[in-house]
Design a protein around this ligand. Structure first.
Ligand SMILES: *Cc1c(COP(=O)(O)O)cnc(C)c1O
Length: 414
């Protein structure tokens, strides 16, 4: 692991986070390990050995351009959910023909842009199919499409990140399959190349992916028997990571792929897998400074400069992120809520955590913030989106500047 403790100090690869904090003018900031990104991607690469497969990194998890370029150079493809994500994927040099556009509300403009670039497109609904058709006419080009079926499998995760159960807003109604196949067949501009499902996120059992793949293989057989040459089986993303750090054994990419390998081989089909969190989640910490501590008689609060504006997962999903002081501390051990300065009671980074009472100015790290954190940051209370740095060998490099008030004021015509 790239983040570890030695003599009471937190390290990122070869550098002491405390030294980094003294060097960095801004606070809070995101700190990544470039090595950990490489390691996580390579775990997928090794897992797919012997299979025809596309590893499509889900850009929505983290779209820092330096990170995208690094993943692209390692051989990754990209998975998109908007036209702007296609724009940044092209900037990072991802090959559009191996890029997949998802979404339940793609606009005609986004679809036209995707078709012009030959991106693979998932069909999510009847209207989506019609919109894709309209976009092919605009772009005067064929579209390679996949059907997003709803596997109706409960991934046993937080409802906000569950996407493949029957009541989810994603995917086609499976009993309308014939309508979709007929519509595609009668259209000269649509070329069906695969099927897709995405169960949800933070999944902790390979059995759930296996069950979905078994179900999807039935769809592959039905669709092939109607004369379509399906090339891709896309099982989406969603593998969880170890946020809690209590020694739980989460499946590795290899275990995930091995659990479905035989099905893929017997179908003779290429796999598309769409990991986001499991590639980028554990590669970053948010480094905050303690502003002060207080008590209301019952509860102790450590107030830090980071908040729900920089890191909303705890407030949004009640998500657990591990926290640690980045340096030794002799303060009395107490139970703290770690909160930010934002005017909302939902503004917390962690609740009821044992922590040595910190001194003002000390560094406090929130772990595993690579996925769905910086990308969800906001300007609430006019906080500016934080900068990002990565450790590359022995070097600290800024990979994103801090947003500033000038950037913000530019949006007004006064
Ligand atoms: C969000 C999403 C992913 C990535 O999910 P992770 O949990 O980050 O791996 C993959 N595919 C689709 C369609 C998604 O919506």
């Amino acid at each position: 692991m790239s983040f570890y403790f030695q003599n009471g100090y937190l390290y990122c690869d070869q550098l002491k986070v405390k030294d980094i904090q003294s060097q960095v003018p801004e606070s809070p900031f995101y700190l990544y390990s470039k090595q950990q990104i490489t390691t996580n991607y390579n775990a997928y690469l090794e897992a797919i050995e012997g299979l025809n497969a596309i590893i499509g990194y889900a850009i929505k998890a983290n779209n820092n351009l330096a990170i995208l370029k690094h993943l692209q150079e390692l051989g990754s493809s990209a998975v998109l959910v908007s036209g702007n994500e296609l724009c940044i994927a092209l900037k990072a040099n991802f090959k559009p023909e191996k890029t997949i556009l998802n979404g339940n509300g793609k606009t005609i403009a986004e679809l036209t842009y995707a078709i012009q670039n030959q991106v693979l497109i998932n069909i999510d609904s009847e209207f989506d199919l019609q919109h894709i058709q309209q976009a092919t006419e605009k772009a005067k080009k064929q579209a390679n499409v996949l059907l997003r079926v709803n596997p109706d499998i409960d991934p046993q995760v937080h409802p906000y990140v569950s996407t493949g159960i029957k009541d989810s807003k994603f995917g086609i109604q499976n009993n309308k399959l014939d309508w979709f196949l007929d519509s595609i067949k009668s259209s000269t501009f649509l070329n069906l190349v695969g099927i897709h499902c995405h169960l949800g996120s933070t999944i902790e059992q390979t059995q759930i992916f296996y069950d979905a793949t078994v179900l999807m293989s039935k769809f592959v057989e039905i669709i092939r028997s109607r004369g379509f040459e399906l090339k891709y089986l896309n099982i989406g993303g969603g593998l969880g990571i170890d946020y809690h750090k209590q020694g739980k054994n989460l499946p590795t990419p290899l275990e995930l792929i091995n659990s479905i390998r035989q099905i893929l081989e017997s179908l003779d089909i290429s796999l598309i897998i769409e990991p986001g969190r499991s590639i980028i989640g554990n590669t970053s910490i948010l480094v905050n400074r303690v502003i002060g501590t207080k008590s209301n008689g019952k509860k102790n609060f450590a107030v830090v400069d980071g908040s729900m504006a920089e890191l909303i997962r705890p407030s949004l999903y009640n998500a657990y992120h591990h926290i640690d002081l980045i340096e030794p501390c002799r303060g009395q051990l107490k139970t703290f809520d770690i909160v930010g300065p934002v005017c909302e009671s939902a503004d917390f980074l962690a609740k009821d955590r044992p922590l040595a009472s910190p001194i003002e100015g000390m560094g406090l790290a929130v772990w595993d913030v690579g996925a769905y954190c910086q990308v969800m940051s906001s300007n609430y209370n006019l906080k500016m989106r934080p900068p990002e740095y990565w450790v590359d060998g022995k070097q600290l490099i800024q990979i994103r500047k801090k947003e500033c008030m000038e950037d913000y004021l530019k949006l007004f015509n006064i």
